[in-house]
Design a protein around this ligand. Structure first.
Ligand SMILES: Cc1cc2nc3c(=O)[nH]c(=O)nc-3n(C[C@H](O)[C@H](O)[C@H](O)COP(=O)(O)OP(=O)(O)OC[C@H]3O[C@@H](n4cnc5c(N)ncnc54)[C@H](O)[C@@H]3O)c2cc1C
Ligand code: FES
Length: 264
């Protein structure tokens, strides 16, 4: 059974909102209580002002939280009207954010090596996980996939956190391996012994990663994206079909045991 949501409404002020790759922005907000509370893999629901007809908040994962500075950083892709409006907000602008939502990654106890596999804008929730692994002295390798080099974000962040390796795949071969990130993940799982795999990205990518992890008998978790209306368990728009029945991604996820996901 899902627990009551730990999410609270926080006012925030924008510190910066800058383009970091083609169509991808880094947003840093000042929201001290949220920065102190949020855990790797959890998400927030942003109210973006400027369209009275748009009632829905925008769910976004976070890439970094600095409890001392009271700031939270997200990386988002501009894909539609809401994220386009968000990209036009400027430092000093204010709004509200509901969070932290859901539950995040559950790294198994006695874990000694981890594989992180991110695709496209699925990379951000893996960054705070890498930070936690680095803090706990757990070695990790990273595979990142992107359509093309100009949309590839996160390599320097994982390198700065001390990743044992960071491998990149691009669909058009403009950076790293010419092909899918799932090729890199399958190679890594064939060559190295892992205790845990964490993945976030397009459904078809996560499904393949989960399959390769299953074949290698490594526990795998996946962070799933679903349309979300309320973000706190009241509307059922975010259901994920699992082997244990329908589960709401906003309360039971967004991170799921990959072996239990039926529909990606
Ligand atoms: C838990 C969670 C964490 C997320 N984290 C991030 C993140 O860190 N960075 C990031 O860029 N995006 C993230 N997303 C996706 C992000 O919420 C959507 O891209 C955003 O809501 C689109 O809003 P829009 O108004 O710009 O687009 P719309 O005009 O509403 O839609 C444009 C396109 O995006 C798709 N879309 C809309 N909402 C979602 C959604 N909730 N999930 C998946 N696809 C959607 C639509 O089907 C459509 O194809 C996350 C989603 C969830 C559920
Ligand atoms: S978004 Fe409403 S129940 Fe999950």
């Amino acid at each position: 059974m899902p627990q009551p949501s730990s999410a609270r409404l926080h006012e925030f002020r924008i510190v910066s909102n800058d383009k970091i790759a083609d169509g991808i922005f880094s947003l840093v907000i000042e929201a001290p209580a949220l920065a102190a509370a949020i855990k790797p893999g959890q998400f927030m629901n942003f109210e973006v002002p400027g369209n009275a007809q748009s009632l829905l908040r925008i769910p976004l994962s976070y890439a970094r939280a600095d409890a001392e500075a009271g700031t939270v950083e997200v990386w988002y892709a501009v894909v539609g009207e809401g994220t386009e409006r968000l990209s036009r907000m400027r430092p000093g602008d204010t709004s509200t954010v509901l969070g932290p939502g859901g539950h995040g990654w559950s790294v198994p106890a006695d874990c000694s090596r981890v594989l992180l596999v991110g695709g496209g804008i699925g990379v951000p929730p893996l960054v705070p996980l890498a930070e936690q692994l680095a803090h706990d002295g757990i070695a990790f390798d990273v595979c990142i996939g992107a359509k093309t080099a100009s949309t590839c974000a996160g390599v320097s962040s994982f390198e700065a956190l001390g990743a044992a390796s960071v491998a990149v795949a691009t669909d058009d071969g403009t950076q790293g391996h010419h092909g899918f990130v799932t090729d890199l993940a399958a190679d890594a799982l064939g060559q190295t012994s892992y205790d845990y795999v964490a993945t976030c990205g397009p459904g078809v990518m996560m499904q393949k990663v989960a399959q390769a992890a299953g074949e290698a008998e490594v526990y795998c978790e996946a962070s799933l994206e679903r349309m979300m209306s309320c973000g706190f368990g009241a509307c059922s728009t975010c259901n994920v079909e699992t082997t244990e029945g329908m589960k709401g991604a906003c309360m039971c996820g967004p991170v799921f045991d990959a072996s239990k996901v039926v529909v990606w």
